[in-house]
Design a binder for this molecule. Structure first.
Ligand code: ATP
Length: 328
């Protein structure tokens, strides 16, 4: 594809995701009286991810367990918001993750209708499509059984069937093919090839490197919340495999220490640190637009505690004044 024809489908700038770690009972109690969750332990699942993905590209997302692949997929598909940074998604997205968005009490057929309605289809459109979706999922009589009785492979088949018939511009497949049997895997792969040929954009999250190798144009290697590498599939996979070999050779204690060190960095991270790194790193092509994003992110992600503190103090003072007035 010529560079000048390229249309950006997903653009991320310094996207972060922070989770609150409520480990102790006392943290949970504090959280009830702390609407902005200030001072509670955090964990940064994403530490400032930036990339451009173009129309028609198939992108692999790889990385060790807990590196942030699903978090990023969920942010791109709009299931969860980023904590800070900027994300531009140009087109309809549809995510296929094992069991995602399926209601356990409803049957497969009812789930098809519900999910299709949520995707904006009319009842008439659903009536036209439902047979094709049911045939694709190929669940036999189970289609009228509650989804809670399905195996993970069956859930994946149903989710995949619904998502591909929605015909989205951007398809996100999060490990959904890892649980299907060989026949379904082949059928799903053919469908994905069809999507690829139709010029759709696909994000493919997988630990199966051979599938990533066969199917994707470029790969994002996510490592402990950072985008360690984003480039042509073969190149990134080679580096990832080398890293894996190195890691596997480490002793048990060294492995644990390495993982602990990375997790500590994810706990200690702040958007201010990210901004500082971006400003001082000579490798970063820092632009005025980036400056805006990082300032905005700092405001939404980091300066909130200050705002909430002010609010809490004001509420406290108001409460004391009211208490004083009512006592006199
Ligand atoms: N709701 C949550 N609350 C707290 N931490 C979370 C939450 N969701 C994810 N995390 C943490 O964020 C990190 C990234 O998780 P994520 O599921 O995105 O990783 P992943 O790369 O998809 O992992 P896997 O390969 O195991 O599926 C993990 O350390 C996880 O524990």
């Amino acid at each position: 594809m010529l560079a000048k024809e390229r249309v950006v489908k997903v653009r991320a700038r310094y996207v972060t995701k922070k989770y609150d770690l409520l480990v102790k009972k006392s943290d949970k109690v504090k959280a009830i009286f702390n609407p902005f969750k200030t001072g509670l332990p955090n964990f940064w699942s994403l530490k400032g991810i930036s990339f451009d993905v173009y129309a028609g590209e198939t992108i692999g997302l790889i990385g060790v367990n807990g590196s942030g692949k699903s978090t990023l997929s969920n942010i791109i598909s709009g299931i969860i918001p980023p904590t800070s940074g900027e994300l531009e998604v140009n087109g309809e997205t549809s995510i296929i993750a094992i069991g995602a968005g399926l209601r356990g009490q409803l049957t497969g057929r009812e789930n098809i209708r519900l999910k299709s309605l949520m995707m904006g289809m009319t009842n008439a459109q659903i009536d036209q499509q439902i047979t094709a979706i049911i045939n694709f999922a190929d669940l036999g009589d189970f289609i009228d059984q509650p989804v809670k009785s399905y195996s993970s492979g069956m859930k994946s088949r149903l989710g995949f069937a619904i998502a591909v018939h929605d015909n989205p511009d951007i398809l996100i497949i999060d490990e959904a093919l890892s649980v299907g049997d060989e026949t379904f895997y082949q059928k799903a792969l053919d469908k994905m090839m069809e999507f690829k040929q139709a010029g759709k954009t696909i994000f493919f999250v997988s630990h199966a490197l051979s599938q990533v190798e066969m199917f994707t144009d470029r790969v994002m290697w996510i490592q402990y919340g950072e985008l360690k590498e984003f480039g042509p599939t073969n190149e990134v996979l080679e580096h990832y495999r080398t890293w894996n070999k190195w890691f596997k050779k480490l002793g048990k204690k060294e492995k644990r220490e390495y993982q602990e060190e990375q997790k500590q960095k994810q706990k200690a991270f702040t958007v201010d640190m990210l901004r500082e790194n971006v400003l001082t790193d000579p490798q970063t092509k820092y632009s005025p637009t980036d400056a805006k994003v990082l300032t905005a992110s700092a405001l939404s992600g980091e300066k909130m505690p200050l705002l909430s503190k002010t609010l809490m103090i004001s509420l406290g003072i108001a409460w004391l004044v009211l208490a004083y007035i009512s006592l006199h």
